[in-house]
Design a protein around this ligand. Structure first.
Ligand code: FES
Ligand code: FES
Length: 150
């Protein structure tokens, strides 16, 4: 079957199997920045934005995104690069497996709430696990990034 949607600003048509999940469809079509971690809605590594909202692509049927807008980290490369400098300074960027998903979540947070409290940051990031560093140092980095502190 065919699914038409917008990926990072471009209209695309994917040929998929019924029951296929968005994570697999994206990766099968070369979008390898979207990571497969637990494949069970528990780690956040597969997060993309669907119509601007953080969405676990391992738990969304590709057929359900017909006509929607999907964003992966490719569409916010400059922002992700800037954020990664903050992560590095806080020791929150090690293997990098979680980084693309986190950059998308931080982008969504910034759009939704440009001046979040630390508690709001921690709440927003809670679904995105980092096996290397935990979440404390990422929260520190995001707090500084959104607060414009170097
Ligand atoms: S791979 Fe989707 S939540 Fe872990
Ligand atoms: S830096 Fe390794 S999982 Fe986050």
């Amino acid at each position: 079957m065919e699914v038409k949607f917008n990926l990072n600003g471009l209209d695309v048509i994917y040929h998929i199997q019924p029951g296929e999940y968005l994570l697999d469809s994206l990766r099968n079509n070369g979008v390898k920045s979207v990571k497969k971690g637990c494949n069970a809605s528990a780690c956040g590594a597969c997060t993309v934005l669907v119509n601007g909202k953080p969405t676990l692509s391992c738990s969304v049927l590709t057929a359900s995104i017909e006509g929607k807008k999907v964003m992966t980290v490719e569409s916010i490369q400059e922002e992700a690069g800037e954020l990664s400098e903050y992560f590095a300074k806080e020791g929150a960027d090690q293997c990098g497996y979680c980084s693309a998903a986190l950059a998308l979540v931080v982008h969504a947070l910034k759009e939704e709430n440009p001046h979040p409290t630390r508690e709001e940051i921690d709440d927003y990031l809670v679904g995105n696990l980092c096996r290397c560093t935990g979440l404390q140092s990422q929260g520190n980095a995001v707090e500084k990034y959104l607060g414009g502190k170097k």
